[in-house]
Design a protein around this ligand. Structure first.
Ligand code: ATP
Length: 289
């Protein structure tokens, strides 16, 4: 975070799910989940500047809306309403996080906007208040306000901070396919029964600082749906293991796949191989943040 002139720059970090379980479907169509969330070193850059009135969004990501459909707009609007602000804001978004990927790209931009507006206008509000505003935008926004390693329950908004997950190197690969979150949950609902990942065991492993225990318990119930519809997800998972990953998993509702590696050199090789075989258009080597 840094200030220049009347402007302010903030990084909005992506997340992955080390574990994702769906406990049950709720009456209102939402799902009760149990997820282990982890911030990773892939980030969008947002620049905020005051303006006389209104909300103006510019971005280098041509495919994204810049009107009220952008989650940045929704976040800015909610802040203006909540704090009865007369002034407006211009937000420029430099997009680095893969879009519609299961990495909470939009949610983290919204969270950065809540924090950016607080900073830019010197508003007196707590992180807890920002989390409460954030959940109106999306279930993942409160977590994005918090960041780090966390257990997310409820619809994703009931958060328990965890100690930092054990260090490792990650390869993150987003295949060039589109997965609809709605489709994934609907198909999961139609399933008879599915294996639930051991989220409690993973939380214990994180508390013990045991990477092996985390790797052993990597699990995402949504994979059962997405892998069937998009076999490329499993191809990438297997490629990561073949290239030396300790474990690999799909993040969120996909289609992004990540692999956990012990050393950077092996991770770089896996990354290069995935790119070479054109299994994914966007591939990164990164780590937990
Ligand atoms: P999640 O993990 O929360 O499901 P995601 O990574 O699957 O998120 P996003 O990248 O957050 O998906 O965005 C999905 C859709 O939301 C996009 O197709 C886009 O049109 C819309 N959207 C609105 N605002 C943004 C934003 N600031 N960044 C990215 N997408 C946005």
């Amino acid at each position: 975070m840094g200030t220049y002139m009347s402007g302010l720059t903030m990084k909005a970090y992506a997340k992955i799910n080390l574990g994702l379980d769906v406990v049950r479907r709720l009456e209102n169509g939402y799902h009760e989940v149990k997820m282990v969330m982890q911030t990773v070193g892939i980030a969008d850059v947002l620049t905020f500047e005051k303006r006389a009135e209104g909300i103006v969004i510019t971005t280098d990501a041509g495919e994204l809306p810049t009107d009220e459909n952008n989650l940045i707009y929704k976040a800015a609007r909610l802040m203006q309403e909540r704090y009865q602000m007369k002034e407006g804001v211009t937000v420029h978004l430099e997009k680095h996080i893969p879009i519609a990927a299961g990495m909470a790209g939009g949610s983290t931009d919204a969270a950065a906007t809540l924090k950016g507006m607080r900073e830019l206008f010197g508003l007196d509000c707590t992180d807890q208040e920002l989390r409460e505003i954030g959940v109106k935008i999306g279930a993942d926004v409160p977590y994005c306000v918090m960041g780090g390693t966390a257990l997310a329950e409820g619809i994703g908004e009931v958060l328990t901070a965890l100690p930092a997950a054990p260090d490792c190197i990650l390869v993150v690969a987003k295949p060039d396919i589109n997965v609809s979150t709605k489709y994934v949950y609907e198909h999961l609902d139609a399933m008879e029964g599915y294996a639930h990942p051991d989220i409690d065991g993973m939380v214990a492993a994180i508390k013990e600082g045991c990477l092996g225990g985390v790797v052993e318990r990597l699990g995402n119930v949504l994979e059962t749906v997405t892998v069937e519809a998009h076999p490329i997800i499993d191809v990438i998972k297997q490629k990561m293991l073949e290239m030396g990953a300790e474990g690999s998993l799909m993040s969120g509702s996909g289609p992004t796949v990540f692999g956990i590696f012990n050393d950077r050199e092996t991770a770089e090789k896996a990354c290069a191989q995935i790119a070479k075989e054109q299994l994914a258009k966007q591939v990164f080597v990164t780590s937990f943040v």
